[in-house]
Every structure is written in C-alpha cells, then in structure tokens.
Design a protein around this ligand. Structure first.
Ligand SMILES: *[C@@H]1O[C@H](CO)[C@@H](O)[C@H](O)[C@H]1NC(C)=O
Length: 258
C-alpha cells in the first residue's frame, strides 16, 4: 500500500502531463462496479446513480447495467449499456440524480448551471431519448405536479403531447425558442399523473451541452403558467430506452442548484 502510494506520488511528480497531483486529490473514491438490478442505486457525494428499470416488465427480453466511472470535483462520469426487445413503452430511466439543493422553491433558485458531454454507440434501430428530467411539487418533498424534460437527443422516440398533427407528429405549444444556446420546440401533455413539459431541440442531437437549466423554468413560469412557488423536488439526467441496444457514455456531467 505504502509502495503503491509512493509510486503514485512519484509518477505524478515526474510525469509532466496531466493529471496533476491536485486532480488526483480531487478524484473521489467511489463505487465503479457494474449494477444491473431494477432499483439499484450508487451514491457518490451529491450525486446518485439510479438504475430505475421501471418498465422492464414490459420487455419480452433485455437488460441494462450501469456504472459510475469517476467523480472529480463536481464532475461525474458514468456509463450505461442496455438492450431491450418487445413492448411499446419506455423500459427504464437510468440516470444521475442530484441530491443537493432540491426541495427548493423556484423563486429561491438563482441558477442551475450544468454541463453534459456524452456519446452513444448503438446497433440497428433504437428508440430512446437522452434527457434531463425535472419534477416540481406544491410542497417540499411532495408528490409531482409538473414534469419538465429537456431532451438532448431523440432517437425515433417522441415527447408526450396533448395534440398531434394529421401526420401523426406531436404539435408543439411553442416553437423555435432560443434557450441556453440552442433552439427548442416545447410540447405539453400529461403522463396520467402530472403535467409534462418537454423541450426538444428543433434539429439534431446535442452531445455537448452547457447552460443554465433555470432558463427553462423561467420560460415556463413566464409563459406557461407554472407558479414560481412550485418546489423543484427532483433533478435527474439520463436515458429513456424503449427498444434496441446501445451504450451511453457520459464523459462529464455536472449540475448544481444555486
Ligand atoms: C421555426 O423555424 C423554422 C426554420 O427557420 C421555420 O421553418 C419555421 O416556420 C419556424 N416555426 C415557427 C412556428 O415559427
């Protein structure tokens, strides 16, 4: 152990390339093992990996496993691999949940800075999204009132919507919104339990996102009647697969509620 430590310190001092000794000190010791259970969780400082395979019983076959990779400062990286066959519904929402700063009224939140850099490899046709999933409630820790999704990618999936066009496509309630450096369409609907608001990029996939999620709440409170007295109770970011096979690798993710 001592010799390993010495080697590490020695290497850090003679190798001029990064990581620097400071990076090594900031790199937290976390559980990087693979987890595949329906409700498995792994806590890492302010973050928590949730397997959340809530719809797996709708699949005729399949599985999903996830692991944390590293936590350095407030930046976490993780990976999830899934393969799902059968059923028309979403099978899971494996995600990174932020456990610090939630249960705060929207009016008391000044910013929610986030970075999300990811890549995905897949085989064949997949149906999935990559998205933030945020919930508000009338009370701190209360039941969900509004679900706010910010999609960074739509792989043959689609948002929940009250209205659909004759072409079968969901009809946005607002179009071409410029928020957080990208252009979005906003969809409104219900999942049966609460209102769902979904921001989707008007085109393409955003694999490197950096912005303030508070901007999306500001839009909804100013234009869509969500009250600033609502409490943000859940803040998650992950992928919702329905079918196919893919590996989603998040090389850098961070979120804070200020
Ligand atoms: C959104 O922008 C696109 C591209 O400029 C344009 O074709 C479309 O008409 C706009 N939609 C609305 C509802 O303004």
């Amino acid at each position: 152990m001592l010799s390993k430590l010495f080697l590490l310190v020695h290497l850090a001092s003679v190798v001029l390339a990064s990581p620097t000794p400071t990076d090594l000190e900031n790199r937290a010791s976390i559980d990087t093992s693979s987890h595949c259970g329906q409700w498995d969780t792994v806590t890492a400082s302010q973050y928590e990996l949730l397997l959340d395979l809530w719809g797996e019983s709708g699949a005729t076959s399949g599985s999903q496993c996830s692991n944390l990779v590293s936590l350095s400062g407030s930046t976490i990286s993780w990976k999830t691999t899934w393969t799902w066959t059968g059923g028309s519904g979403v099978k899971s929402f494996s995600n990174i949940q932020l456990n610090t700063g939630v249960n705060t009224q929207l009016s008391a939140i000044s910013s929610m800075p986030t970075v999300w850099q990811w890549s995905q490899s897949s085989s064949g046709t997949i149906v999935a999204d990559v998205a933030y999933d945020l919930f508000t409630s009338n009370t701190a820790g209360g039941s969900n009132t509004n679900e706010i999704m910010i999609w960074l990618a739509n792989f043959n999936a689609g948002p929940i919507s009250y209205t659909y066009g004759s072409n079968g496509q969901p009809v946005p309630v607002a179009s071409n919104l410029s928020l957080a450096g990208h252009t979005w369409n906003l969809y409104s609907g219900s999942n049966g339990a609460n209102a769902v608001w979904s921001f989707l990029p008007t085109s393409g996939t955003i694999t490197s996102f950096s912005g303030d999620l508070k901007t999306f709440f500001d839009y909804l409170t100013e234009n869509e009647g969500i009250s600033t007295s609502q409490y943000l109770v859940t803040a998650q970011a992950g992928t919702e697969p329905t079918s196919g096979s893919a590996t989603l690798t998040t090389s850098a993710y961070s979120l804070a509620i200020n």
